[in-house]
Design a protein around this ligand. Structure first.
Ligand SMILES: [Zn+2]
Length: 253
């Protein structure tokens, strides 16, 4: 399957999850579809399926339509177009122009939203405990969930970081987002831990703010209040040869 060819000429998918991370159902129109035995490739005008990007695993779920249903197991983005891939449960694939009904797996998504917000809070707590700005080198919110930082974090630091995070979660701050341009981004958030990894020259950047903590450019899905995270536990730490620290963490319960 030549994905670049499949998506070429399609208008970028409207990413509905950017405005509303809590919706699980949506209605959309098929822009392109392709069948390969029992596998379906679908592009829609809009979607709630977060594609695999920015360290966030793709959402899973179902796309249903008159006389057919697809179990979506993969979603990724190519040139702004989200491709939903899944197995056909029954019927044929929906043709261009057909209305479909999407439903995402909320249990998987909500866990990712909690882990993702926890990751932002950890960034903040680590820079506070170490008393310097830090950079995130890599991150993954699937299993196992981890973030790699460009610095050495000791086991002693870990205990202090977890304690700091628990105190802030207890204060149950709001998490919200705002949009700014690249100039404002550099002026207002020069210490954002992922600043150097962002694409340059975009018209606008989505900034995710934890009230009173940090503001990070991000297109992922987050919870609205810190109390939804529950408890953050750093389960394991690995040190790389470059001097980085890979923190495996999760949210509980
Ligand atoms: Zn984020």
């Amino acid at each position: 399957m030549d994905i670049a060819r499949f998506t070429s000429g399609s208008t970028p998918t409207e990413l509905v999850f950017l405005e509303d991370s809590y919706s699980t159902k949506f209605e959309a129109t098929v822009l392109k579809s392709f069948r390969e035995k029992h596998r379906a490739y679908i592009c829609l005008d809009k979607t709630l399926f977060h594609p695999r990007m920015g360290g966030q695993p793709n959402d899973e779920g179902f796309i249903e339509y008159m006389n057919g249903s697809i179990h979506v197991t993969k979603a990724f983005i190519n040139n702004g177009v989200v491709v939903h891939i899944g197995s056909i449960l029954y019927g044929d694939i929906p043709r261009e122009g057909v209305t479909v009904y999407g439903k995402i797996d909320w249990i998987k998504r909500y866990k990712i939203m909690r882990r993702h917000t926890a990751g932002h809070l950890l960034d903040y707590c680590i820079s506070r405990i170490l008393d310097r700005s830090i950079r995130t080198i890599d991150l993954w919110m699937g299993d196992p969930c981890y973030t790699v930082y460009d610095t050495r974090i000791s086991l002693e630091d870990i205990a202090r970081i977890e304690y700091e995070a628990s105190k802030i979660i207890e204060s149950d701050r709001n998490v919200y987002f705002t949009y700014i341009d690249h100039y404002e981004l550099q002026q207002r958030y020069p210490d954002a831990p992922n600043l150097y990894r962002l694409p340059m020259g975009l018209n606008r950047y989505r900034i995710v703010v934890i009230d009173g903590c940090n503001s990070i450019p991000c297109t992922g899905t987050h919870v609205r209040r810190l109390s939804e995270i529950g408890c953050i536990k750093i389960d394991r730490i690995e040190y790389t040869t470059e001097g980085y620290s890979k923190l495996y963490y999760d949210v509980y319960p």
